[in-house]
Design a binder for this molecule. Structure first.
Ligand SMILES: [Zn+2]
Length: 869
């Protein structure tokens, strides 16, 4: 064994040894409790960044701890490998997407292996591989059979120059195509949707089961689902038998409705428009069609609208009210129409003021002079509850109670009914792109929509494709692939050319890992039911909404699907939620040059073009500031994992990441702190090598050491075991756990009983507690103290409660509230004894001498205060 700590010499060696010993393999021993540790799988961009490293190291510490604690652990890794970048690379560099992706996977897998992660690579999967997407397609057909997949027209981004559909990411902030620069248009296409709205209520209710999730993530999901309780009300159109349906959460304000607004896309829009308004309305519809949903909904943007000339009737008042169309009403939300109550809704108030629409007060604050308020013009919308006025027979009713009363009245009159509405909309999964799982459907002129039979799956992506970025989806252009006989009747038919949103691939990958190589079934249900749910999921907060919501949705749908051929009507899954506990790790930030005078987007200056001695903006000459900001390519402030590993070794990189910040908080990359962890591992190395070089390694455990020195050291050892275990089991406070390891190493360095069995116990304990954090050095040192088997096959330690009991405690001696000294007293001394020993103590004697003690205050175990005169 070398006398100096040289990470390069040991890390590769142990990584090889662990593979040979099968340390990372998934145990299937059912006698042990299971633990499924999962990191969100990466997109194979080609290079690993510090954010990845942090994510995977956190999960790895948990996986290693659980193995030592006697669990059988599943800790897999895979690739979220479909998506736009591969296709863009194909257009730019003429590399087939499959080849580009495969190259990146090989590169990133090597980088990952260098991190010493205890991953079972036998479970590896890539969503772009046909043996995976075969089952993605199979799951789509399950949705189809369940009535949860359907086609409907929806708007897409259309590039009129290249004649192709664009993804949102391919449209710049000015609404232009990334390739042609053409102004992007909206075009309606028939597309596939999944009916996630059928599960809206359950997705909301079951958030309560997720006790191991951060509250803020649950809140974001609840807001996304957006349940609101209210009423559906109908406004008859003057001169027509049609009615305009609206949803409102404020039926108590219905007497204050002074207009209704339709979305420009609403099917009634053209019908209600009067001839004199037709040209203007048509122009407005075209104008709005060019805007994105985000633009239309932007809070700071003035709401635009125009009258259609048509009128509707407010059935509650009998009044005729104008019908408008406006950009802020979206056809996909609710009914695509809203009632305007300017007196009691902020947005309606602004809209009415801007367009000279009447404002009618129907709620007044309680305990106010109703008559005055009724006639004073409003300065702003009154949105609080209050007392109903100008509301017919409801005058004087409390508006909160009035909601229900108005709904009951509307139901009786046939004007509407109670309704619950969700903000959540069905999931548009069609993509007019190549690099995704083909939707396994054939369109037949006789049979309509025909699912591809299971035996014919997967519908493979053709490889003889040319990528031009023009003329529509590459799949649609390949007639040899598109034209097929109908699987049912044999008539010439056409394949569906849309591929699936890549979020589909990641909505079920965690279900495939337990049975990743199954080529007969999507998975063996018994095996998945055994391993699921994931016990600890770790990933970025950016996935708090969509990925987690979709995964929960898929889990619930598959739970409701029958398991083919199973006895007794069993379903595919027997659990409701996929992820028991969720940890959203913080970002990794690097020191970044910033020009404070520039706009947010342009203020970052890459380190590589700044003179560190006199940091100035190379464009303007202005002095720059150095701040911490999330590492990114565009800021040029990243730290490459391989450079840190080459310099200090991966164990140091892991220790730094774990020590620098609690896992859920942002982490500031600081070279000095990296060096600090390197020094700490060097100290541990030295302690253990010195110990190992002593000729005799003795018995490493004695329950009842005699000397105080040994007792104190043993207490420090078992305190460390207890503290590290608590830090790892509770909220994963790795940073405080590393501090405890440092304390223990200090206690060992300072120990004056280095030939005692207690010292040997301390050395052994330090290595075992270090193992999940710095696995390579731990295994090297473990073997250095004459062990044969890997440290990672050892059991986690349990603190000895007897060792934790202190013999003595410290009492603070105060005179008139001022601290004058401390004394050690036996731990079992009672209150009286504590006071007695305090009186006899040197500081008390010195200050009290010759004076009268007026009062003594004893805080047992803490302090004794003497009030003297
Ligand atoms: Zn047919």
């Amino acid at each position: 064994m070398e006398s100096r700590y040289n990470p390069a010499a040991i890390e590769e060696k142990w990584q090889k040894a662990w593979i040979e010993q099968g340390i990372d393999k998934t145990e299937e021993n059912k006698d042990k409790p299971k633990f499924y540790a999962l990191s969100m799988f990466p997109y194979p961009s080609g290079s690993l960044h510090m954010g990845h490293v942090r994510n995977y190291v956190i999960t790895d510490v948990i996986a290693r701890l659980k193995r030592m604690q006697g669990y059988r652990v599943l800790h897999p890794m895979g690739w979220d490998a479909f998506g736009l970048p591969a296709e863009n690379a194909a257009i730019k560099n003429n590399i087939p997407p499959a080849k580009w992706t495969q190259q990146n996977i090989v590169q990133m897998r090597d980088q990952l292996k260098r991190l010493g992660l205890s991953i079972d690579w036998d479970k590896e999967l890539a969503t772009c591989s046909p043996d995976y997407y075969k089952w993605t397609q199979w799951i789509f057909l399950q949705f189809l059979q369940a009535g949860l997949a359907y086609q409907k027209e929806a708007a897409v981004n259309w590039d009129p120059v290249d004649q192709t559909v664009l993804a949102n990411e391919q449209v710049d902030s000015e609404g232009r195509s990334w390739r042609s620069g053409a102004k992007v248009e909206k075009k309606l296409l028939k597309q596939w949707f999944l009916k996630i709205t059928d599960y809206a209520e359950e997705l909301l209710q079951d958030l309560d089961q997720l006790t191991g999730w951060p509250e803020r993530v649950k809140l974001m999901q609840a807001n996304w689902i957006g349940k609101s309780t209210g009423a559906y009300l109908e406004f008859p159109i003057v001169g027509s038998s049609e009615k305009i349906g609206v949803f409102t959460t404020r039926p108590d304000t219905v007497y204050g409705v002074t207009y209704v607004v339709l979305a420009p896309e609403h099917p009634l829009t053209r019908q209600v428009t009067t001839p004199d308004r037709q040209a203007a309305v048509e122009a407005f519809i075209q104008e709005v069609a060019a805007e994105s949903e985000l633009e239309r909904m932007a809070e700071d943007k003035p709401k635009r609208g125009i009258p259609t000339g048509g009128m509707a009737i407010n059935p509650f008042t009998g009044a005729e009210i104008p019908i408008w169309i406006a950009d802020y009403v979206l056809y996909e939300y609710g009914t695509g129409a809203v009632m305007g109550v300017p007196a009691h809704d902020t947005r309606d108030f602004q809209f009415a003021q801007g367009n000279n629409l009447p404002i009618q007060v129907v709620i007044v604050p309680p305990n106010n002079d109703v008559e005055t308020l009724r006639v004073t013009p409003l300065q702003e919308a009154y949105t609080e509850p209050g007392i109903m006025v100008n509301s017919g027979s409801f005058d004087g009713t409390d508006s909160v109670k009035g909601k229900q009363a108005v709904i009951e009245y509307a139901e009786k009159q046939g004007w509407g009914k109670a309704r619950i509405q969700y903000r959540l909309r069905d999931w548009l999964i069609s993509r007019q792109r190549y690099w995704g799982a083909p939707i396994p459907i054939v369109h037949c002129p006789n049979c309509g929509i025909v699912p591809v039979p299971e035996a014919d799956l997967p519908v493979r992506l053709p490889e003889d494709i040319e990528f031009t970025g023009r003329g529509g989806s590459p799949l649609a252009q390949l007639s040899s692939w598109v034209n097929v006989p109908c699987p049912t009747c044999g008539t010439p038919a056409k394949r569906e050319t849309d591929t699936m949103d890549t979020f589909i691939d990641s909505s079920w990958y965690f279900l495939r890992y337990p049975d990743a190589k199954n080529d007969k079934q999507v998975f063996d249900s018994a095996r998945v039911n055994d391993w699921m749910p994931v016990d600890q999921y770790v990933g970025g907060i950016e996935h708090a909404i969509l990925h987690l919501l979709y995964s929960r949705f898929f889990t619930k749908v598959l739970r409701d699907r029958p398991q083919e051929g199973a006895e007794g009507n069993r379903n595919l899954l027997n659990f409701d939620e996929p992820f028991q506990r969720l940890l959203t790790q913080g970002m990794v930030q690097g020191l970044t040059y910033m020009n404070p005078n520039k706009a947010d987007k342009d203020k970052w200056v890459p380190t590589s073009i700044v003179n560190a001695d006199d940091p100035r903006d190379p464009q303007t000459g202005e002095p720059l500031k150095l701040v911490y900001a999330t590492m990114s390519k565009s800021k040029g402030n990243g730290v490459a994992p391989e450079e840190v590993i080459a310099k200090y070794g991966v164990d140091t990189a892991r220790m730094f990441i774990l020590f620098k910040a609690p896992p859920e908080k942002d982490l500031e990359w600081d070279e000095a702190d990296v060096q600090g962890q390197f020094r700490f591992l060097n100290r541990v190395w030295q302690l253990v090598t010195e110990f190992a070089q002593q000729a005799t390694v003795k018995e490493t455990s004695i329950k009842n050491p005699k000397s105080k020195i040994e007792k104190d050291l043993r207490r420090a050892i078992h305190t460390a075991i207890q503290a590290v275990t608590e830090d790892l089991e509770g909220e994963y406070q790795f940073n405080t756990a590393v501090s405890e390891l440092m304390k223990l190493s200090n206690a060992l360095a300072d120990a004056t009983c280095k030939d005692s069995p207690v010292y040997a116990e301390g050395i052994k304990t330090l290595i075992l507690l270090l193992a999940p954090f710095a696995p390579h050095i731990a295994d090297e040192l473990w073997h250095a103290i004459a062990n044969q088997e890997s440290v990672h096959k050892q059991s986690w330690l349990k603190a000895d409660p007897d060792a934790l009991v202190a013999d003595e405690m410290t009492l603070v001696i105060q005179i008139n509230g001022k601290t004058r000294g401390t004394i050690q007293v036996p731990a079992q001394a009672d209150r009286q004894m504590q006071e007695k020993l305090a009186r006899e103590s040197e500081p008390a004697q010195r200050y009290v001498e010759g004076k009268e003690i007026k009062k003594v205050i004893v805080v047992p175990g803490k302090l004794v205060n003497f009030a003297i005169g």
